[in-house]
Design a protein around this ligand. Sequence first.
Ligand SMILES: C[S@@+](CC[C@H](N)C(=O)[O-])C[C@H]1O[C@@H](n2cnc3c(N)ncnc32)[C@H](O)[C@@H]1O
Length: 280
Amino acid sequence: MHIFELINSASKKLKSKNISSYRLDSEILISKVLGKKREEILINDHQAVKQTEIEEFSNLIERRLLKEPIAYITGEKEFWSKSFEVNRSTLIPRPETELLIEKLIEIYKYKNIDILDVGTGTGCILISLLSEFKNSFGVGIDISKSALKIANQNAKKNEVINRAKFILKSIESNYDKKFDLIVSNPPYVKRVDLKNLVEDVKNYEPKLALDGGNDGLDVIKKVIYKSKEILKVNGRLALEISGEQKYKVSEILFKNNFRLENIIKDYNRIYRILISKKLK
Ligand SMILES: C[S@@+](CC[C@H](N)C(=O)[O-])C[C@H]1O[C@@H](n2cnc3c(N)ncnc32)[C@H](O)[C@@H]1O
C-alpha cells in the first residue's frame, strides 16, 4: 500500500466518526509511524509502506477513532513554537493560553523576574516565559507528581532547566519567598459541566486539571488569596478563566486589593485572561 492510500482510507474512517480534523490527523499519524515530517510525507505520498508500518498506523487510527486526542497519541504538542511532551497526566496545552504568554512578554520585556506557575501541568507557561526572559527564574507547582515529571523533561528539552524548579505542592501551602509574577491556568470547569465536555476532553484529560469545584472557582479563589500574600507589591497575577467567570473573578480580585490591568478575549471572543496588579 502507498502513503496516499493509507491517508485516504484512514481519513474516511475518521470522518465517519465526525472527527473534523480527519485528514490532518491521518497525516500526522502516518508521519509519526514513518518518523518523518508531515511536509516530507506529503510530497512523497506515492511511496510504498511496509506491512509492519501499516499495522502500527492502523493501531493509532483505532485510538483516534475512540476520540483519544491526537496529542496523547503522538505524545507531544506544540505550544509557543516549542515542542512539549504530554501524557494523560497533563492537560494538553491550548492555543488560547498562548495569549497569556504574548501579553506577559509585552509587559515584562527586558525585565528579570521571579515567576510562580500554579498548576504547571506540562510546564508550558513557565517554560515559554523563561525561554523569552533569559535572566528570569521560575517555580512551577502542581499536585500531580506525574505531571511534574513531564514538566521537568520539557524544561530540559527546551533548555531552561537551570532556571526552573518544579515542586509537588498545592497552592495553599507555605512559600519561603515572594514573586514578581504569578501565572495560573487553574482547573476552572464547574463540576456539573464536566459531563458536557467533548469526548476527547472528558474521557482523556485529567479530571484534576479540569474540575474547578461546584462553581468552578475553587482553585482560582485559592490562587488569588495566596497571591495576595506571596506577590511582591506591584507584582502581577495572570489568570486564565472561563468567559462566564469574568465578573465574579474581577470582583474577588478587587476585594483582595488587586487592580485589573488587562482583560483579553480568546479567538472566539470569549473573556479568557485577566491580568491584575497587587496594590499596597
Ligand atoms: C488546567 S491545568 C493547566 C496546565 C498547564 N498550566 C497549562 O496551561 O496547560 C491545571 C493544573 O492545575 C493542577 N492543580 C489542580 N489543583 C491544584 C492545586 N490546588 N494546586 C496546584 N496545582 C493544582 C492540575 O493538576 C493541573 O495540572
